[in-house]
Design a binder for this molecule. Structure first.
Ligand code: NI
Length: 160
């Protein structure tokens, strides 16, 4: 188990950069993916992108409590519907905002061995995928939130 340092918005400009396509599905990539998962679990997150640990590659991992999925060179190929809900980010500790996302997405990606797969996701999984996919192009949820929670709203959330 190895965790890496999570970059934070406002401190690390790298988070605004575009990540590059992965072209080698080698041990170095596998170590990165393993470390990303360890880092995400230790921070109690549900997803993390390569750039958040300082690696500008098009990779992210997600686990919303239904098992870990690794996405390499992903593309969202279809989306439908709409959902409005709360999002946070490991790179913006303590901040939450409401974001409208598609209710369903179809995503094509590669696994760690370079094998392509297609996944259909809905609800919170679709939200997590959209959030992480945005990181690959330097976008963050705070760019598209329609309401950041106030301190008072955060306190109410804590009490729930
Ligand atoms: Ni994030």
């Amino acid at each position: 188990m190895a965790t890496r340092k999570i970059l934070e918005f406002g401190r690390d400009d790298m988070l605004r950069k575009h990540s590059r396509v992965v072209d080698k599905f080698d041990k170095r990539l596998w170590t990165l993916l393993d470390d990303m998962a360890d880092t995400m679990y230790e921070a109690d997150g549900v997803g993390i992108a390569g750039v958040q640990v300082g690696v500008l590659r098009r990779v992210f991992v997600v686990d919303i409590g239904e098992g870990l999925t690794e996405f390499i060179n992903p593309t969202i190929t279809a989306q439908s519907g709409e959902q409005d809900g709360l999002e946070g980010c490991l790179s913006s500790p303590g901040e939450y905002g409401l974001v409208v996302r598609p209710e369903k997405v179809t995503i094509e990606a590669y696994d760690r061995h370079g094998k392509p797969f297609t996944l259909e996701a809905e609800g919170f999984m679709a939200r997590a995928i959209c959030h992480e996919n945005d990181h690959l192009d330097g976008h963050i949820f705070k760019d598209i939130t329609h309401h950041m929670l106030t301190d008072e709203e955060l306190r109410e959330l804590d009490e729930e």
